[in-house]
Structure formats: C-alpha cells, structure tokens
Design a protein around this ligand. Sequence first.
Ligand code: NDP
Length: 332
Amino acid sequence: ARKYVVKNYFKGVPKREDFEVVEYELPPLKNGEILIKTEWLSVDPYQRAYNMMNKVPYDQFGFQVGVVQESKDPKFPVGTKVVTHKGWCDYTIAKDGVPSGPVDHVYALPDLKGLSPSLGVGAVGMPGATAYFGFLEICKPKAGETVVVTGAAGAVGSLVGQIAKIKGCKVIGFAGSDDKVEWLEKELGFDKALNYKTVDIAKALKEAAPNGVDCYFDNVGGEISSIIMNQMNKYGRVAVCGSISSYNEDVSKMPKATILQPALVFRQLTVRGFLVWEWYSRWQEGFSQLVDWIKSGQLKTREHVTEGFDNIFDAFIGMLAGENTGKAVVKA
Ligand code: NDP
C-alpha cells in the first residue's frame, strides 16, 4: 500500500519535500477490521492548519470514500462504500468504534440517492456538516435577515450561502475571483457576491447591506472579518469556522488586527468558534437533509476534481491558493 507521510513542520506554503510517499506492507486483518480501497480523497484547509499541532512525522489524515475489499466486521460486508478519516493512502485498514474520538470512525457512505459518491467527502461529508450545523446552530438565521459569508465559493461557504437562501435570508458572499463571484450570483442565487481582492470591502459591504449584517459565517479570519463585524447589527451572530487567510503566514509578522471589542460590546454580538466534530453524533441527520436539498435542486454542488493519487499534493496546494470553485477532491 502507499500513503503520504508529512515529514516536516510547514514553513509558509507547504512544499512537496515536506511529504514522502511511503510504500509498505499491510498486515493481515484482525477481527473487527476492514480493508478499504480508496476511491475519493479530500484535500482540506485543516490539513494545513493542524500541521503545527501534530508531532512530525505523521500519516496525512483526511476524509476518504472507499470500498471494502476484505472484511472481518459483519457491519461492513465486501463491496460496502464507506467513509473514513484515514487520509491520503490508496489502501487502508480501519476499525469501527475506536474510543479515542470520531476521527478514527468508519461509517457507511450515506444514501446519496444516486448522486456521486465523491459527495461523501464534500457536501454530504464533513464540509457539508460544517456548513449545516455551524451555520444553523450558531447563526440561528431568521427569514429576512442579512447573512455574510467569506470563502463563499469554497466547499463550506458555497453551502452556507445556499442554506441561508433556503432559510429566506439575504446573502452576501466574498470570494477571490470574478469567475467565482459570477458563479455565486448567477448559479447559486447569492443576492450579492464581491471579489475581496479588488473591491473596497467596507464600502462595497455598506452598499450591499445598507441595513447592516445579522449573521456572519467566518471562513477566513483576518482584517476582512473585522470590517464585517463592524457593520453588524445589534445581537448579530458570528460563527467562526476557520481562518484560512493566516494558515500559511508567520502570524508574528502579520499586521496587528483591528481592536474588535467596541464592536462586540456596543453591537452586543455573539461570536462563537466551533469544530464540526461537536455535532458528530448528528451528522447523518444533516446529511439526509442535504441530500434532499440537492435532489430537489435547492442546493447546487460543484467539485474541482484532480485525477490521480500522485497528484494529491498539487490538489492540496491548488486549494490553498484558491484554484477550486466548490469542493476540491481527488479521484484516486
Ligand atoms: P475551501 O473549499 O473554501 O478552499 C479554501 C479557499 O480559501 C480557497 O479556495 C480560497 O478561495 C480561500 N483562501 C485561500 N487563501 C485565502 C486568503 N488569504 N484570504 C481569503 N480566502 C482565502 O475550503 P473549505 O470550505 O474546506 O474550508 C473553508 C474554511 O472552513 C477554512 O478556514 C477551514 O479551515 C474551515 N473549516 C472549519 C471546520 C470546523 O470544524 N471549524 C471544518 C471544515 C472547514 P478564494 O479564491 O475565495 O480566496
């Protein structure tokens, strides 16, 4: 079998030399274990962000959809499609119910009602659960409210904006290219999308949301988030999902952030960070709603597909640089 091992702590943008593809012999299956052949792999921002929290070297974790090739667990017969968090490997052995946390679990691919199995690492996988629970549980959107989402054309952001539309909100999205902006407005039905690289963010937001912002789903952090929070209404809610604008930066060298406390106090904002794992026991509930929305045409999904196990690194770097519209996935 082959797997990607991370050898180093990344400095800035991860480099190919930081990874090594290791060939190794898989041991025979023990009771309760299954052998999985990888079909779809995920490249995600947290694979960059978690690097400093791990002890190098480590196997590159991540979600994957695979098919059971051999089984010593009657719950997963040969041929079952499963989702695991075993990462960038072509074959792997997994075991259900590991008590150390959800990251080791295996679950059967949700019933996708004929949709592509690749959605199991995207809109009907961890990013889908992030958008669904992070937005609905923390922002608690009400019809007629104004919602802003950053990273709006990505895996999570594109779903958040569409869920907000389903809930009857006015939606404004920020993304990093004119093509993405056009996709958000023309295909996904965002009320307004803005290219954060070319507009005057404060001015453009004031024009797009003259009555202020009620909910902010923050995928990127940094100064844009301070600007948005300074335009929020009383009792606004902020779901802090990620801060990709700083993942590749040396934080000690970044410009000082705007002091936000006056905005938080005088606007009486609720700001709540979250990890999608906190709703792990409810993911399937979210997946079944997301599948229904996709099937009914209310939710559109798009994937940026890279072909081949050997090209995972390029897919990862491309995603960090914003090459993806929708979910970045790799077909093994
Ligand atoms: P995306 O599909 O959105 O891909 C990453 C995108 O980030 C790129 O396409 C790029 O789009 C954007 N980006 C890159 N650099 C910058 C920058 N300097 N400033 C602003 N945007 C930038 O990834 P995901 O949807 O998977 O993840 C989105 C966020 O959600 C990340 O911060 C991630 O860490 C977080 N997350 C958090 C989870 C949780 O449990 N809290 C779970 C899953 C994801 P563009 O062209 O627009 O710049």
